[in-house]
Structures are given as structure tokens and as C-alpha cells.
Design a protein around this ligand. Structure first.
Ligand code: AMP
Ligand code: FE
Ligand code: FE
Ligand code: ZN
Length: 291
């Protein structure tokens, strides 16, 4: 089984990079990637653990870029030591911290106040992402579920207009990933909530900016959506990737590693990691990786 999209404690996941790889191995995954939000610190420890288990490992990252609301780009094969990528991650971390302080004030205005301590308890002392705010809201009885917390407070037009952090442009995001030796892939296209025509125009534009792949297989894609994204990949000669977006049962309870939501994923096509590996090799041919 293949799972090329998962999060660790280096962003908003529940388990450390080594624990995450252990779980991947136990789940029967043979090709794996870590893709923390705006962070590369999990790559090295995950790689060590994955290789010890004999799994094919891809270093990865998931960055958020400007666009409708949630435009996420995956970068595979990135060099975790690349200075520009480091600076990029540091800038995003600073912006996220500032965003989180606006978020406390916003939740207070909404009449559902939470404290830094309460949120930090949800992530081993780190207040990193919205999923932890969501869990805190649920624990305090302000929302029925994590999803409900997002719908009521954390993914509303007001949140995006007044609280969310500034993000790099799509073009800049793709450039940073590629300059770090990475292969740029559009994550979970369904989250864009585009019509098929809008999505095609968007993908065409991104391809012109250096996009190389599309995450056609994803936990929350319906069969019809997967078919639409596979056709787009074929038409625009893009790689196809597959990922669950596992964060751990404490963060996203419905998503299981490898299998997705109630068996929605379960991808074993060996051509997927093979083609990705070839694309990374081609990317590295023009990238001065340290030996
Ligand atoms: P952040 O990086 O702190 O802005 O949070 C991003 C995280 O929130 C990612 O793990 C997303 O999957 C999650 N997220 C964003 N929007 C939603 C939504 N509408 N419903 C559930 N989770 C979401
Ligand atoms: Fe996340
Ligand atoms: Fe994402
Ligand atoms: Zn993700």
C-alpha cells in the first residue's frame, strides 16, 4: 500500500516522525512520505525510521499558498537542508504564531474563548494549527465535532477575511519547492471546490508555473472526483499521487493511514512511487544535492 501524505508532531500531527513511520510499517505501507505543513524538521528522523523498516521513503512538505481558501501544494524530494526552504518555513511559522494570537481574540469575540494553555494541551505543548483549536472548542462544549468547529468558527468567511495569515502566491510556492529540489504536486483538489472547468483552467495555469503532479487519490475524494482528476493528470501530463492526510486519531479521527476514510484509499499501484522517484531524480539532476 502507498501513502504519500501524512503529518507528524513537526506540524499538526499526533505522532512523532519515528512513531508515524512505525505505524506506517504496521499498516502494511511500502512507499511512504511525510508532508508536514510548512516544516521539514520531520524529514530526517522519518527517513531514518522508514529506511530501517525497508519502506520506500519520499521527503515531503505541504505548503499553503494564496487562493480561494485552502490551496495546498505538496513538494516531494525536497532537500531538508535547503536554506531558502528553511527561511520560507521560518517565515510561515512566524506568520502562524501571529495568526494564532488573532485567533484567540477572534474566538473571544465569537463568545467561545479558549486559552493558549488549553490549546497547547492538545499538541504536546505546541500550539500549531487549527485542528488543535478545533479540538479545544469541542472539549469545552463550544462545538459538536472538529468538523463542526471548522464550519462554525475556523473556516468561515470571517475567519479567512480577518484572522488567516498572509500566504505566498502559488507561483512563489511552486518556485520555492522546485528551487529546493522538489517536485510540486497540487494537494487534494476537491478542497478547492472548483467546477471541473474552473479546476482545469487552474491546473493549466499552475502547469505553466511548474506544477508536475496532482494528488488524484485522496481520502476524501469520491470515485467520480478521482476519475476527473486522473483525466486531468493525463491531459496535462502530470504525475498522479496518493495520500491519506493522516494526522492521527486524536486530530483527524476518521482518517486512517493507507486506507483513508473507511477504505476510501487503499492504493497499491507500484507505478505511482516509481514515476515519482523518476521525476525526483530528474529534478535532482539540475539541483546540487550534497553527497
Ligand atoms: P492551519 O495550517 O493551522 O491553518 O490548519 C490547517 C489544518 O486545518 C489542515 O490540517 C487542514 O486539513 C485543516 N482544515 C482546514 N480547513 C478545514 C475544514 N474546513 N474542515 C476540516 N479541517 C480543515
Ligand atoms: Fe494538518
Ligand atoms: Fe492539506
Ligand atoms: Zn495535509
Amino acid at each position: 500500500m502507498i501513502d504519500l501524505h501524512m503529518h507528524t508532531t513537526c506540524s499538526d500531527g499526533q505522532f512523532s516522525p519515528a512513531e508515524t513511520m512505525e505505524l506506517a510499517y504496521q499498516a502494511g505501507i511500502t512507499a511512504v512520505a511525510v508532508t508536514d505543513h510548512d516544516a521539514v524538521s520531520g524529514i530526517e528522523p522519518a527517513q531514518t525510521a522508514a529506511l530501517a523498516h525497508g519502506m520506500t521513503f519520499f521527503p515531503g512538505i505541504e505548503i499553503s499558498v494564496q487562493g480561494k481558501t485552502e490551496v495546498h501544494m505538496l513538494g516531494y524530494g525536497v532537500d531538508a537542508k535547503n536554506q531558502e526552504l528553511h527561511d520560507f518555513c521560518q517565515e510561515q511559522a512566524n506568520q502562524r504564531k501571529a495568526r494564532n494570537f488573532r485567533l484567540f481574540a477572534y474566538l473571544e469575540r465569537c463568545g467561545v474563548p479558549v486559552t493558549l494553555e488549553e490549546v497547547q494541551q492538545c499538541n504536546q505543548g505546541r500550539a500549531s494549527g487549527r485542528p488543535h483549536f478545533a479540538r479545544t472548542l469541542v472539549q469545552k462544549g463550544f462545538a459538536e465535532s472538529v468538523q463542526d468547529a471548522f464550519e462554525r468558527y475556523l473556516a468561515t468567511p470571517e475567519f479567512y477575511a480577518t484572522v488567516e495569515r498572509p500566504k505566498p502566491s502559488v507561483e512563489e510556492g511552486i518556485r520555492v519547492l522546485r528551487c529546493a529540489g522538489g517536485v510540486a504536486v497540487l494537494a487534494h483538489p476537491h478542497r478547492l471546490q472548483f467546477s471541473p472547468e474552473q479546476l482545469e483552467a487552474f491546473v493549466k495555469k499552475l502547469k505553466g508555473m511548474g506544477l508536475q503532479g496532482i494528488e488524484a487519490y485522496y481520502s476524501r475524494h469520491t470515485k467520480a472526483q478521482t476519475k476527473e482528476y486522473l483525466a486531468l493528470a493525463q491531459k496535462y501530463e502530470l504525475l498522479v499521487t496518493a495520500g491519506s492526510d493522516f494526522h492521527g486519531p486524536g486530530v483527524k479521527p476518521e482518517i486512517a493511514m493507507g486506507t483513508g476514510v473507511q477504505g476510501s484509499l487503499c492504493i497499491s499501484d507500484a507505478a505511482i512511487p516509481a514515476k515519482l522517484e523518476a521525476a525526483i531524480r530528474a529534478a535532482h539532476a539540475s539541483y546540487p544535492l550534497e553527497p
